[in-house]
Design a binder for this molecule. Structure first.
Ligand SMILES: *[C@@H]1O[C@H](CO)[C@@H](O)[C@H](O)[C@H]1NC(C)=O
Ligand SMILES: *[C@@H]1O[C@H](CO)[C@@H](O)[C@H](O)[C@H]1NC(C)=O
Ligand SMILES: *[C@@H]1O[C@H](CO)[C@@H](O)[C@H](O)[C@H]1NC(C)=O
Length: 423
């Protein structure tokens, strides 16, 4: 008894320390090695000759949605990861109840290890089991595919009412709800053709990773569910997100410090809070955000469209080389927004944000807005936004014309401007 208690205290302490390290961002962005998926048809999945299939049912998992399959999954993972032949973990048809799990590498299996989920993986609902912070944690893995058309059900409904809002909490004391799928220190990761419903926290959280592709995903949670970001990315390089539908309660995609070279194409977002960079400037020594391209995407009924947000009166940071192009919006509240007074308006009296924003392009953005300010650009008085270009903007607000608002910025206007430029 006493030992068990000591162990759980130790686990809790470890979790807290790890969260602290996460929060203050002591980690560095990984270095990207060769991209093994580049130029390959990743849509195709075929068993490699001699590939070993490790079925969770062979390790005692029961597909009834009631039996706790955590141990069976862990044993199956070890058999998949620690073998010298190509192998894949198979979750067949059925509902498999599992608690929080660590899919730890490095793996000895050559080539990417595959996890093929055909059925439903269902999270246990008791939040006290989640002291490590996330539900399914993939860590220290070089080469992984998560595929199969299956569903990850986070059973968040029972926990949402207790969720703390860490995004708008300016301190780092906040305890985030567990993300459903967490990639940490993963290189060459492919997540494809997977559904996520009702996560307790984020649907997917990618950090410290490189060469990651997320495609053909369907994410769903109610518009009212708290902090259920679709794809949350930090400290990662070369991330490609495409062809996915995200209906959720928070940002469809959120990118914070340390992201570099992210492309987002053909996303359907809404309901949700849009596609966001930030909030930035929350923690000391934040790594910059650099090279983000959002293209050919649609936002429907979202709070924000495309947004960069930074905290006033806090830490340094930077966001540069960001392009939003060919985006259509339908009934979006704040279609184009740079907000350097995050959680501090109207009439923000705090010291200006220390995050530098530069080289931003908004190009071919069209659709409808539900608020009179369609283009809202409020930059820092201390570091005015540099080189922000608006090109071919066509946003209407019913019968009444929409407007623009600018502070500490001199946008470069090219082509059609609807709403009209700032005075
Ligand atoms: C990251 O994962 C690789 C295996 O892919 C491992 O060798 C390395 O030690 C890990 N790095 C850290 C900082 O844990
Ligand atoms: C950016 O990432 C993509 C893959 O997502 C990769 O193909 C490309 O080479 C990267 N660009 C740079 C400059 O590293
Ligand atoms: C955006 O749309 C224009 C005109 O329809 C097209 O020429 C251009 O290639 C598109 N760009 C991207 C990045 O999809």
């Amino acid at each position: 008894m006493a030992t068990a208690k000591k162990v759980s205290v130790l686990i809790l302490w470890f979790a807290l320390v790890c969260n602290y390290v996460d929060a203050v961002g002591l980690r560095k962005r990984p270095v990207a090695g060769p991209d093994i998926y580049k130029g390959k048809n990743v849509a195709k999945d075929a068993l490699a000759p001699g590939e070993k299939v490790v079925n969770v049912m062979s390790f005692g998992a029961k597909p009834d949605g009631k039996f706790d399959c955590t141990e069976a999954f862990m044993d199956a993972w070890r058999a998949t990861c620690h073998t010298n032949v190509q192998s894949r973990l198979l979750v067949p048809q059925g509902i498999f109840l599992v608690s929080t799990m660590f899919f730890a590498g490095p793996c000895e299996t050559p080539g990417p290890v595959t996890i093929q989920v055909v059925g439903t993986v269902l999270a246990t609902s008791d939040i006290s089991e989640y002291v490590n912070g996330e539900w399914l944690m993939f860590r220290d893995i070089a080469g992984i595919k998560l595929i199969g058309g299956g569903i990850f059900d986070g059973q968040g409904k029972s926990t949402w009412e207790f969720a703390q809002n860490c995004e708008t909490d300016p301190t780092d004391q906040c305890v985030r709800s567990p993300s459903s799928i967490y990639f940490n220190n993963v290189t060459n990761g492919l997540i494809q053709n997977i559904k996520s419903v009702n996560p307790k926290g984020f649907h997917f959280f990618v950090t410290n990773s490189a060469n990651i592709r997320l495609r053909l995903l369907k994410l769903n949670a109610p518009a009212t569910s708290p902090n259920t970001d679709g794809l949350h990315v930090s400290h990662s390089i070369n991330v490609k997100i495409s062809r996915s539908t995200i209906e959720t309660g928070d940002d469809c995609v959120s990118m914070i410090q340390g992201v570099n070279n992210v492309s987002i194409t053909r996303i359907k977002c809404g309901p949700g809070h849009g596609i966001s960079i930030g909030s930035l400037g929350k923690y000391p020594d934040e790594l910059e955000v650099k090279g983000v391209r959002v293209m050919r995407s649609t936002l429907t009924g979202t709070d924000n469209g495309i947004r960069i947000k930074t905290w006033p009166d806090k830490y340094r940071g930077a966001a540069s080389q960001i392009t939003f192009s060919n985006i259509s919006m339908e009934n979006v509240k704040n279609p184009i927004i740079i907000d350097q007074e995050y959680e501090c308006q109207p009439n923000c009296q705090k010291k200006p944000s220390l995050v530098k924003i530069s080289d931003i392009i908004f190009k071919n953005i069209k659709g409808t807005t539900t608020s009179p300010i369609a283009v809202d650009l409020r930059c820092s008085k201390q570091f005015p936004c540099q080189n922000v270009r608006l090109q071919n903007i066509d946003l209407s607000h019913g019968a009444t014309p929409a407007g623009s608002r600018c502070a500490n910025i001199k946008p470069i206007y090219v082509g059609l401007q609807k709403p009209p430029p700032c005075p």
